[in-house]
Design a protein around this ligand. Structure first.
Ligand SMILES: C[S@@+](CC[C@H](N)C(=O)[O-])C[C@H]1O[C@@H](n2cnc3c(N)ncnc32)[C@H](O)[C@@H]1O
Length: 670
């Protein structure tokens, strides 16, 4: 399997800490301001944080480390009033791999996206809603990055969960490590009456640094593979420089005490010095140990209805590892976890009252989450694996000879691939919550020319399901009227309620106004006040009257009725009238759950893990292992092939499917 020497972006073991974590590297010099990657953002509805009993399963816990919450990538919010209520968003590109070292970051992500359906419309296209429309989440270099350097982002301390052993380098960890070096270790060494012999200092340092405190990330950012003597030299040099220019060690405000900075000047930190020094790999080392991440780029697919696709950035000889992806598992309960209840089945659902005060209950239905279309599965197993990596999520389906790549398990152990997982059963994998242990290589099946679309065979079930979908598909009623809010001309004067009687907006749009008003004590009327805060609430509102701009070239303002709440006693809407609301604070917004990917008639299907590489130990649908349902009835012995039974174990042993016992033993094994 060949790698290409000119690769500009690599994924390989991180230089931070104990190399149990992946990182991204520049393969060539990258100048400041270069757009390194352009990713999709996939909304994940199953993470409904506000409804704890949405699913009574925590299968798929590893997801928590790879998704964003809050206002990310312009994905529609769950509740239009609060922009922070965006559902979880999965941006499956290199951002999942890049480590965070605050103050030392060399890239940043735009966190935005462009709504782009690749030319498809729900009134005519069966592919509508089957791929994500949120495209164009960019990662851009913020400094010159030299070839071989590890790429770092600055996630911000508040974003990142504590991951055991992970090298997510919080500012507070760097500070704590710095303090430990200077105030504890160095002071201790220096305070000995008889100076410690060099070998004792070294031995003591090695022991201290490697002390097995895996939960403690402070120790993982201490300098590695350098003798104490070198650390001591750098430290004394820094102390000397600081003595020359006294540095303020007082926190300047309470705020800073919370967020951390300023205890040490970043450029003067010993921890920074060594991280910077050690954040480089030989390009040759990357070629041997890494996976190239820029063999493919995204563009509009050559396949009708498919959306975007992956294209070769250079000639890729047969056998090249065209792409690589770690895989996020949901081993047992994928079918429940990825099932989204809509309408009256949604636990957040509240029925409307009609004019007569009667409850109007919407019909309830369930749909599979969009991320299913980006995930791998197998007909004989509950195992679902969602890949992340550079551009591999763009690879479309081509049956048989049309496919020019296939997925294989990496041939040897890697940071995110433990071949041993292929022999574990699904119950064991479900309780392996520490780290990702499975990955795919995407290998070229023949020579691929620069510019060719990369395709893999999604399997016969996918192909059959897609054909059936296209034949059966019918557009939803009134779908020709649908206009996504991003396509609406926002500068156009807003229509008043009266005008909408004859000239209504498309059904999927509603007007929302920023809630920024006060009551005038003299007139008791509500009046608009300028929005000064960065974050704000929006409420549903109706435009009653339009005022012409005071000066030419300025925008209109409006008299609106805002829905500010519901009277608990009477259940009636509470509305107020606010005048002179500027145009820019009124939005035509997509109604919640109105985007294409919510439509009940969209296509959903996982990509098949090819039979020839599918581990027999995972075929739990044949045995019932880990499932609360009885296994299918056995076929007559004569037609049953032993190889279809999980891992060659006696069928009866696993067919019991007693989850409690099985889970306990799986945990013990860990
Ligand atoms: C892993 S995604 C591939 C990337 C996707 N095209 C995008 O724009 O984000 C899989 C989805 O792409 C679409 N797709 C892939 N191959 C296709 C094909 N041969 N024909 C039609 N749609 C296809 C389907 O919507 C499928 O569920």
């Amino acid at each position: 399997l060949e790698q290409q020497p000119q690769c500009g972006l690599w994924m390989a073991a991180s230089t931070l800490g104990d190399a149990t974590n992946l990182g991204m590297y520049a393969g060539q010099d990258i100048e400041k301001g270069v757009d390194i990657q352009n990713e999709i953002a996939i909304p994940l509805l199953f993470r409904n944080w506000d409804a704890p009993d949405y699913h009574d399963t925590d299968d798929g816990q590893l997801w928590d480390r790879y998704i964003w919450e809050g206002e990310v990538a312009n994905v529609e919010t769950y509740d239009n009033s609060d922009l922070q209520q965006t559902k979880a968003v999965f941006v499956p590109g290199i951002g999942c791999t890049i480590n965070s070292v605050l103050d030392m970051n060399n890239v940043e992500s735009t966190h935005g996206s462009t709504y782009d359906t690749a030319g498809l419309h729900r009134s005519k296209d069966p592919g509508s809603g089957a791929f994500t429309p949120y495209y164009g989440t960019h990662t851009v270099s913020t400094r010159d990055i030299s070839a071989g350097s590890e790429i770092y982002a600055a996630y911000g301390d508040q974003w990142i969960p504590d991951i055991p052993g992970a090298q997510v380098t919080f500012h507070k960890n760097l500070e704590a490590a710095e303090e430990f070096l200077r105030d504890d270790y160095y002071r201790f060494v220096k305070s000995q009456k008889d100076p410690l012999p060099a070998h004792v200092k070294e031995g003591l340092w090695n022991f201290t640094r490697d002390f097995p405190v895996h939960q403690n990330q402070i120790f993982t950012v201490l300098p590695r593979n350098v003798p104490w003597s070198e650390i001591e030299t750098v430290l004394e040099q820094k102390l000397q420089e600081e003595a020359d220019v006294p540095y303020n060690t007082e926190y300047e405000s309470d705020d800073e005490a919370d967020t951390g900075p300023t205890l040490f000047a970043p450029d003067n930190m010993v921890t920074h010095h060594f991280i910077r020094q050690q954040s480089k790999r030989d390009v040759q080392w990357l070629q041997e140990h890494g996976r190239c991440c820029d063999h493919i780029r995204a563009d509009k697919s050559t396949i009708p209805q498919a959306g975007r696709g992956a294209f070769a950035t250079r000639d890729l000889p047969k056998g090249t590892i065209v792409g690589y992806s770690p895989l996020i598992p949901v081993a047992l309960e994928g079918e429940q976890v990825y099932n989204i209840p809509y309408g009256s089945k949604d636990p957040n659902y509240e029925p409307f009252m009609d004019e007569n005060g009667k409850e109007v209950v919407e019909e309830g239905y369930e749909m599979k989450d969009l991320v299913i279309n980006y995930s791998f599965g197998h007909k004989d197993s509950t195992m679902m694996l969602t890949p992340y990596g550079s551009m591999i999520n763009y690879i479309n389906h081509g049956a048989g000879d049309k496919a020019n790549v296939k997925v294989v398990w990496p041939s040897h152990e890697m940071v995110a691939h433990k071949p041993e997982w292929l022999t574990r059963n699904v119950t064991t994998i479900r309780y392996t919550l520490d780290k990702i242990g499975l990955s795919f290589d995407y290998v070229a099946l023949r020579d691929i020319k620069e510019g060719e679309e990369i395709l893999m065979d999604y399997g016969p079930e996918w192909e059959a399901a897609w054909r059936k979908h296209v034949i059966d598909w019918e557009p939803l009623a009134h779908s020709e009227e649908y206009v996504h809010s991003s396509e609406w001309p926002h500068d156009e004067p807003l229509r008043t309620e009266a005008e909408q009687e004859t000239n209504p907006y498309p059904d999927n749009l509603e007007t929302m106004c920023v809630e920024s008003y006060m009551k005038d004590p003299r007139t008791m009327a509500y009046k608009w006040i300028p929005v000064l805060r960065k974050s704000y609430f929006r409420v549903a509102c109706t435009v009653l009257e339009r005022h012409e701009p005071k000066k030419e070239g300025k925008q209109h303002s409006y008299r609106v009725e805002m829905l500010i709440g519901v009277d608990e006693a009477t259940g009636e809407d509470q509305t107020i009238i606010v005048d002179r609301v500027p145009h820019k604070w009124i939005f035509l917004t997509d109604k919640v759950k109105s985007a294409d990917w919510h439509m009940p008639n969209t296509f959903r299907h996982t990509i098949a893990i090819p039979d020839e590489i599918f581990p027999p130990a995972w075929k739990n649908k044949l045995t019932g292992e880990g499932m609360d349902i009885p296994p299918p009835k056995k076929k007559p012995a004569a037609t049953m092939k032993p190889s279809t039974i999980s891992s060659g174990a006696p069928a009866g042993a696993k067919a019991a499917g007693a989850p409690a016992g099985a889970r306990a033993s799986a945990k013990e094994e860990l």
